[in-house]
Design a protein. Structure first.
Length: 380
């Protein structure tokens, strides 16, 4: 597959996943259309989960300037759908008004929606009407009733406050931001990995949540705080290392280790690697086109498997097709849309080396092909 074909494949796949959610929500029919049979006891949260997680992954593409032709027409169309979807989600009179007030889960997905705003400050946050912005601020503040546990949930609170700051709300809580950042500095375990709290877990939460949110929260507030500005290089160095670990975890056939909880988020496990490509902080020894090819192999293998989506185009739980036993009790149909986080590099222009570079074997494929590959090394 040529590089331009790969970009088209990524875009087509992202829109295949996202179109049912955004079109239904823009028409204020998401609650009517989205299936809720899987773990139906979690259905009250499913709509915000699907929308917010999808937005988190699509946001850099919606923010992208300089596109031309058919792709720019698509981007503009979907940016309009996303704005209509935000309006529908936070309007108390909307049939698709979403659940922000309940303690617990709404904080999680308010944070993913907040992350989308941080990733698209012009195309999304900057284009909200006064009424929608006021409704959104109210909705985000409702999640403050949840006191996050000593885990990645601290970053959900921090990201919500980051969005409030971005939206110009002077009531944002600096304490929730600072507490999350400093606790994760204490929870660093070494070699580019943080604990999810004081303990270490074999899972992908460093990529699902921890490092992507930590990076973007600190980057946003670095202009306000010398302390955050001083922490940023250290945080980026650790993220750079973990991105390389993720790239090395892609097997020659495009599979990867299925470790820990929430693996039904599928290729969302590679969010941090995608973010490193988007924000240009890959290690110098890791060519962007090599990352593109590795991630394309991961996406293609999963999406080609029958049963990944139902007949109406909604995601189903599993990694390869329909595997409901892989899903924890907190996961519903909406949860699965965190897979969209892999598509962050669509926020780069086609001329960027990530897309324009010649096809290259990813690390494991180079090794099994007999190439003389430079040994791996830990971050000291």
């Amino acid at each position: 597959m040529k590089d331009n074909e790969q970009r088209k494949y990524w875009l087509d796949t992202m829109l295949l996943i996202g179109k049912p959610v955004l079109e239904a929500l823009a028409e204020r029919k998401l609650k009517q259309a989205m299936p809720n049979e899987f773990h139906s006891d979690r259905s009250a949260f499913a709509h915000l989960e699907a929308f917010a997680r999808l937005a988190c992954g699509m946001a850099p593409w919606l923010e992208l300037e300089g596109l031309e032709g058919d792709e720019e027409q698509l981007r503009a169309h979907y940016a309009g759908l996303m704005l209509a979807a935000i309006a529908a989600a936070v309007d108390p009179q909307s049939p698709d008004y979403m659940e922000f007030r309940t303690e617990g889960q709404p904080l999680v997905d308010a944070a993913f929606l907040a992350h989308a705003l941080v990733r698209a400050p012009k195309a999304l946050a900057g284009r909200l009407s006064g009424e929608v912005k006021a409704n959104l601020i109210t909705a985000l503040k409702q999640t403050r009733r949840t006191a996050p546990s000593g885990s990645n949930w601290l970053l959900f609170s921090a990201m919500v406050e980051a969005a409030l700051y971005l939206l110009g709300d002077h009531d944002y809580d600096r304490m929730r931001v600072g507490y999350a950042v400093h606790m994760f500095m204490d929870w660093y375990k070494g070699d580019g990995v943080y604990g999810d709290g004081k303990d270490f877990h074999w899972d992908y939460y460093n990529s699902f949540v921890i490092q992507p949110m930590l990076i973007d929260v600190v980057a946003l507030f670095a202009q306000e705080s010398e302390q955050y500005a001083a922490l940023k290089p250290l945080i980026m160095e650790r993220a750079q290392r973990y991105a390389s670990v993720l790239e090395r975890s892609i097997a020659p056939d495009g599979t990867y280790p299925f470790l820990g909880r929430s693996i039904v988020y599928r290729f969302g496990a590679f969010q941090l690697l995608s973010q490193a490509a988007l924000q240009h902080f890959l290690e110098d020894s890791l060519p962007p086109a090599q990352v593109r090819c590795g991630l394309t192999a991961v996406i293609g293998r999963i999406m080609s498997f029958p049963g990944t989506m139902d007949d109406a185009g909604w995601l189903r739980p599993g990694v390869y097709g329909y595997q409901p036993e892989l899903a924890e009790s907190y996961i519903n149909t909406g949860s699965l849309y965190l897979c969209a986080a892999v598509f962050l590099p669509l926020g780069l222009l086609p001329s960027d080396p990530f897309w324009a570079g010649e096809d290259a074997k990813w690390t494991s494929l180079r090794i099994v092909s007999g190439e003389n590959v430079l040994r791996d090394h830990a971050l000291e």
